[in-house]
Design a protein around this ligand. Structure first.
Ligand code: FES
Length: 161
């Protein structure tokens, strides 16, 4: 394991607080992976190994969880990771045109990162906010009832931050 893969002091305090909430360590895998992703930006094999060691699991067990849930990143993504829902409700209410708009606006295809590392783009299945379709999630924040114009304004806001 890389010696660089160690939680910060604050991360270690947060880890201790998380572990207190569970009867045994392995039950804390989801919040610990969220913490790891915050700390290291994505869950590399070295981070999987670190989390496995912390929770008395094997790296393979951690890898299974990381690759099952779409909210965990296994590779570096943009500062703003944009996930477009293309499932039924969003599909019927303009989800695919939003994807096409984003590909053209950002100059990347789904699965890619902009050269300046600011944005990455993915399509996802139902984000469980169908009543607000079409829906986009950016770094775990949801935006609904979108049009290309609204999304364009949102991207401009993000670029200013
Ligand atoms: S289909 Fe897009 S949020 Fe459910």
């Amino acid at each position: 394991m890389s010696s660089e893969v160690v939680f910060s002091t604050e991360g270690q305090e947060r880890l201790a607080a998380i572990l207190k909430r569970y009867p045994y360590k392995r039950a804390a895998i989801l919040p610990v992976l969220h913490l790891a992703q915050e700390e290291f930006s994505y869950i590399s094999p070295a981070v999987e190994e670190y989390v496995a060691q912390l929770l008395d699991l094997t790296p393979a067990q951690v890898h299974e969880v990381v690759t099952f849930y779409s909210m965990f990143r296994s590779r570096p993504l943009g500062k703003y990771h944009i996930e477009c829902c293309t499932n039924l409700s969003c599909f019927l209410r303009g989800g695919l045109p939003l994807v096409k708009f984003l590909e053209e606006k950002l100059g990347i295809r789904v699965g890619e990162v902009t050269p300046d590392q600011q944005f990455s783009l993915a399509t996802v299945e139902c984000l469980c906010d169908c009543g607000s379709a079409p829906v986009v999630r950016i770094n775990n924040r949801y935006y609904g009832n979108l049009s290309p114009q609204k999304l364009d304004a949102l991207l401009e806001e993000l670029k200013q931050q």
